[in-house]
Design a protein around this ligand. Structure first.
Ligand SMILES: *Cc1c(COP(=O)(O)O)cnc(C)c1O
Length: 488
């Protein structure tokens, strides 16, 4: 019996040892992967930012999992054929849609090392270095927005989770128990990112009263109406508890009047949360600082390094002014975690977010920050703002109407034809750009008006990319006009 057991263990050990490649094989895989990455980078500038392909990744669906191994070269080939180039190419500098991400190369190096080390990054006891790295990044961001030393936060997978953590914390700090939800009031504008409404629902606040406050012509919250609305809600015996502002809206990049909102929040004892997922890192540009005045009055801020810090997707952050509030909502004690208690110099991320085991995601930001230093990040951010302003000027010269002057690097524009529906015309124009595939733009609708959006945020977008966008627009308008003439 015992002999059988040992024989079986030996056999299994032999099979299991395949999970640890021999050094030579590891080297070969490293090289093949590196080659794959290099080829991608070599072709990137000539790759279309968007492809409307017949093949919608079918090959991935049909590629079977097997008991036996496959060659890495074959697997990479499947990725190349059925994934790369049949999608929105978010790595392209010609991507001006939605909120473009980044993908600076050292993010990949950080992820690679993080995956190799597999540090247990959620608990100080398990990996003091990884936790210090995360908390150092968070303190650096807290300092950037002007938070005091009591502030900390958490590195999340993105802005949506960051906003969710903030809203959960606000709910608990303001003591919104189930029976209170229906009488509790939240203040937003219609320009808030939809992940905030989603977070409210997930956090059990779906039945709370939401007051959508009007905006001025630049899509910023009207704080006079805000104040009146809160006063009226208080006088009716309701329970105002949460004010959410934007520092860079998705549609037009608008920054709400944060200072005035912060003052009102203090006056009525509301939790003041700011969604700076897109806009936050523009604070690194000195000239833009005044626009963020008042951000330090907030209780929490969501910010996305995978947008404004140009990292590859998978890194957001929540910053909370009083870390005790974040801790109260997110820590828990379990007997099997007792060894992790005791002395610690740093709060553990696991006590500050819903996650326990987490990706060692600090490294993907910490490494590029050291490798490049801050200067190129500041310059790139300023370049994006100026490129957007340039586009704002130039697109008017070719006959387009524009929305508000871009405060950051997002703006809206549309072509108003002499006859026919402008909405339909611009819808067709966006389609033209997408099918044409030379640049990618996305659209939005504000009060039933269809607008095309210009979002300059890819670190790869430079002047020539913007020029090509202008040129494609000119061509698109000419084509659509020609078609209209033919059919009228
Ligand atoms: C992108 C974005 C979000 C959502 O963040 P994810 O990282 O996509 O989850 C929230 N708010 C704003 C303003 C955004 O631009």
């Amino acid at each position: 019996m015992n002999q059988d057991l040992l024989t079986r263990i030996r056999a299994l050990e032999h099979q299991a040892s395949f999970l640890e490649p021999a050094p030579l094989l590891r080297q070969q895989w490293n090289q093949e992967t590196q080659l794959f990455a290099d080829e991608f980078y070599d072709q990137l500038e000539d790759m279309p930012p968007y492809v409307t392909a017949e093949n919608k990744g079918e090959g991935i669906k049909d590629y079977p999992f097997t008991e036996t191994p496959k060659e890495l070269s074959e697997i990479l080939q499947v990725i190349q054929e059925h994934l790369v180039n049949i999608s929105l190419n978010a790595a392209s500098g010609f991507h001006f849609g939605y909120v473009p991400g980044g993908g600076i190369f050292p993010t990949a190096l950080g992820d690679y090392i993080a995956a190799v080390l597999n540090e247990y990054a959620g608990i100080f006891f398990a990996s003091p270095g990884a936790v210090r790295m995360e908390n150092k990044l968070l303190r650096w961001m807290c300092q950037m927005i002007g938070y005091p030393a009591t502030a900390l936060g958490n590195l999340t997978s993105g802005g949506s989770i960051a906003n969710l953590i903030a809203i959960t914390t606000a709910r608990d700090q303001k003591n919104i128990k189930a029976e209170m939800v229906k009488h509790s009031v939240i203040y937003l504008t219609r320009q808030i990112h939809h992940c905030v409404q989603k977070a409210l629902r997930i956090a059990g606040l779906g039945e709370a009263i939401i007051r959508y406050i009007d905006m001025d012509a630049s899509f910023k919250m009207d704080t006079i109406q805000l104040q009146q609305q809160i006063a009226s809600d208080v006088s009716q015996g309701l329970n105002p508890f949460l004010l959410v502002g934007s520092a860079g809206t998705t549609d037009v990049g608008a920054i709400d009047p944060l200072a005035a909102m912060g003052t009102i929040a203090q006056q009525y004892d509301l939790w003041f949360h700011i969604d700076a997922a897109y806009g936050g890192f523009f604070m690194l540009v000195n000239d833009l600082h005044p626009q963020f005045r008042g951000i330090e009055l907030s209780d929490s801020v969501a910010i996305d390094p995978h947008k404004g810090f140009f990292l590859s997707y998978g890194l957001g952050a929540i910053l909370v002014k009083d870390v005790a509030a974040l801790y109260q909502s997110h820590h828990y004690r379990a007997n099997y975690m007792q060894d992790a208690l005791g002395d610690f110099d740093e709060l553990s991320p696991a006590d500050l977010s819903p996650e326990l085991t987490k990706h060692f995601r600090a490294l993907r930001m910490w490494l590029p920050l050291h490798l490049y230093g801050l200067n190129p990040f500041r310059a790139t951010l300023e370049e994006k703002v100026l490129l957007c302003r340039y586009f704002y000027e130039e697109v008017q010269k070719i006959g387009f109407e524009v929305g508000p002057f871009p405060e950051l690097s997002i703006m809206i524009y549309r072509y108003v034809p002499s006859k026919g529906s402008a909405n339909i015309f611009n819808e067709k124009l966006v389609k033209f750009l997408q099918v044409d595939g030379k640049v990618f733009a996305s659209s939005t609708k504000i009060e039933d008006v269809f607008w095309i959006r210009m979002a300059v945020l890819s670190f790869r977008s430079h002047r020539k990319h913007v020029e090509r966008c202008l040129q494609r627009l000119k061509e698109g308008v000419a084509k659509l006009m020609e078609r209209d003439r033919q059919f009228s």
